[in-house]
Design a protein around this ligand. Structure first.
Ligand SMILES: NC(=O)c1ccc[n+]([C@@H]2O[C@H](COP(=O)([O-])OP(=O)(O)OC[C@H]3O[C@@H](n4cnc5c(N)ncnc54)[C@H](OP(=O)(O)O)[C@@H]3O)[C@@H](O)[C@H]2O)c1
Length: 265
């Protein structure tokens, strides 16, 4: 009968015979650990961002904000949020009744000033018509106005004027309004420009039947990226917000997505 001592010795021998983990396994474990560390870091960074006190926009950028397309959807929410942070607003839109309504709502809820600029952003020479905002200390610009009309159509199905209108609102007016506020921002050494892009140009490889819309939003994204680098040394922050299509707003006018898929079959 083998003694307990013999058992222990044979177990130790077995353990000693175990070969070390192969190199590929160690590499895989190392890469896995790196991935987990990177993920944890991003998660913590996001959490820290959520917990941070909101920036004092008025002090950081200036007392006035220009918001295009503030009478509905995202623009309206942005205008109300900026007003709640104490910013005076220049509201640019093409319907006088809607402009008055949003302006009254803002002032009834927050102790800020508002100015309304009645202007159709699909027209050229936007900058001249923004004259009212010229002398103001504009610290924040939100280029929100955008159109997705005529919606899900083949490029050749629609008269070219509709595309020209879309290009003017979605990219040309955005460019012109930006160029109009930049000199003041550069002079003061501070400012923030927020452009409304779209997931249609950033997170999916193509967007058939909305080709022109996605193309204009691609412009907005690239314009914002380059402008950010161009002006950051002058104290100006540029950001492109990438919205994901909801059932309301721009998209409510464009027909259902089911119709679009049906059309593509
Ligand atoms: N909603 C979404 O799911 C989504 C997704 C991705 C990106 N986005 C982008 O986010 C922005 C806002 O979208 P939204 O859905 O909130 O839009 P919305 O509800 O349709 O509102 C657009 C605003 O722009 C104004 N506007 C349109 N054409 C104009 C013109 N020619 N001149 C002056 N103002 C004009 C509208 O004024 P009226 O009301 O008087 O016409 C309205 O106040 C757009 O740039 C859009 O492309 C939206």
């Amino acid at each position: 009968m083998p003694s307990n001592n013999t058992h222990t010795q044979s177990s130790m021998a077995l353990l000693r015979q175990d070969s070390p983990a192969p190199a590929w396994f160690l590499w895989l474990a190392f890469l896995g650990a790196l991935r987990v560390a990177a993920f944890s870091f991003h998660l913590l960074a996001h959490l820290a961002l959520c917990l941070r006190r909101p920036k004092d926009l008025r002090r950081r950028y200036g007392p006035w904000a220009v918001v295009t397309g503030p009478t509905a959807g995202i623009g309206r929410s942005v205008a109300l949020e900026l007003a709640s942070r104490g910013l005076n607003l220049v509201l640019v839109d093409l319907d006088l009744g809607n402009l008055r309504e949003v302006s009254d709502t803002v002032r009834s809820r927050h102790a800020v000033q508002t100015k309304t600029v009645l202007f159709d952003l699909s027209l050229v020479s936007t900058a001249e018509d923004l004259g009212g905002a010229g002398p103001l200390d504009v610290g924040v610009l939100v280029n929100n106005a955008g159109v997705a009309k005529p919606g899900a159509v083949y490029l050749h199905e629609v008269a070219v004027e509709a595309w020209v209108r879309m290009i003017r609102v979605n990219l040309w007016a955005l460019t012109e309004v930006t160029a109009a506020v930049l000199p003041g921002m550069v002079e003061r050494g501070k400012g923030a420009i927020v452009n409304m892009g779209s997931a249609s140009s950033e997170v999916i490889p193509s967007f058939p039947l909305y080709t022109m819309y996605a193309a204009t939003k691609r412009y907005v994204a690239q314009f914002s990226r380059s402008l950010h680098v161009e002006y950051r040394s002058k104290g100006i922050d540029v950001q492109c917000q990438v919205g994901v299509a909801g059932a309301r707003g721009t998209w409510s006018m464009t027909g259902s997505r089911d119709e679009a898929w049906e059309k593509l079959r």
